[in-house]
Ligand binder design. Structure first.
Ligand code: UTP
Length: 297
């Protein structure tokens, strides 16, 4: 059985929901407290055992590449000032893992972005983590949970959670049958269906493990919803050719590319940080007189 060693992080979308911040900077660089979104995702991939990462970048790719590269001037400056902890922090980012980059010349959709990873992936199963979806977990990272599921079923795995019925039109929705506690078999998929047409409320949420057979399908996938080449359409075709499962992962997922999702991620991440929790909670309690804030740990 092949091991899942490679991960692809698409980060070439326009991020129109977050304009003007995303005019000259990819949304994947939006900081959640003090770390860019994409670094949380790279860290999740590494903690899940991924050895090589390909980031699909768009026209504003510099910031992402620079972030994961050495910054000689900054390192010298920190060294001169004796700021050893910060120096270690900055160095650790560039030493994290082997990161490759490829440019998607035109943002033709997520399916097209993944097709750009064909040569990097070769003939092995690979993980996809969307560059703007953070999943917070207390124990096992989200991708690791999915790799465990892949090891059990030896076939493509979609990361899913149930969403509110009125939200189904924001996601790729699974038509499936429950196989085990957290696992469904995938019979069909629909990209962003209208509420009354959705086969379920089981939604794909930014994490995938995909067999390389997807590339032959993506090659001929026509633009779908929104005029974009949709990964969901290609996965639907793959599910006709071979078994596919959906795994209901444990964890809190944030859509950082959405304004409200970004705010939730920021507030809850700050509340989980020992260095910020107390002061931030005092501040929040002052402005929001509701007990719910107390329950975020
Ligand atoms: P989204 O649909 O969330 O990204 O794609 P978007 O199109 O940038 O968002 P809005 O709606 O305009 O705000 C999910 C992921 O796929 C990447 C995005 O960067 C994001 O990480 N993506 C999307 C690409 O890499 N290329 C594309 O052509 C489209």
């Amino acid at each position: 059985m092949s091991k899942v060693r490679k991960a692809v992080i698409p980060a070439a979308g326009f991020g129109t929901r977050f304009l003007p911040a995303t005019k000259a900077m990819p949304k994947e660089m939006l900081p959640v407290v003090d770390k860019p979104t994409i670094q949380y995702i790279v860290e999740e991939a590494i903690a899940s055992g991924i050895e090589e990462i390909l980031i699909i970048t768009g026209k504003n790719k510099r910031a992402i590449e620079d972030h994961f590269d050495h910054s000689v001037e900054l390192e010298l400056e920190l060294e001169k000032k004796g700021k050893t902890e910060l120096l270690e922090l900055v160095n650790s980012i560039s030493d994290m893992v082997d990161i490759h980059y490829i440019r998607q010349k035109e943002a033709k959709g997520l399916g097209h972005a993944i097709y750009c990873a064909k040569t990097f992936v070769g003939d092995e199963p690979f993980a996809v983590l969307l560059g703007d979806d953070i999943v917070y977990t207390e124990d096992t990272p989200c991708l690791k949970q999915m790799i465990n599921c892949y090891d059990d079923y030896e076939t493509s795995v979609l990361g899913v959670q149930t969403v509110k019925q009125e939200d189904v039109s924001k996601y790729g929705i699974v038509d499936g049958k429950q196989l085990a506690d957290n696992v469904y078999s995938v019979n069909g998929l629909v990209e962003k269906p209208a509420m009354e047409e959705a086969p379920s409320n089981v939604a794909i949420l930014g994490r995938y493990i995909i067999n390389p057979a997807i590339f032959d399908i993506l090659k001929d996938t026509e633009p779908g919803k929104g005029g974009e080449i949709q990964l969901t359409d290609a996965l639907k075709e793959l599910a006709l050719q071979e078994d596919m499962v959906a795994y209901d992962f444990e964890g809190k997922r944030y859509d950082v590319g959405d304004k409200l999702g970004f705010l939730e991620a920021t507030v809850e991440t700050a509340l989980r940080r020992d260095d910020l929790r107390e002061d931030f909670l005092t501040y929040l309690e002052k402005i929001v007189e509701k007990e719910t804030v107390q329950n975020i740990k």
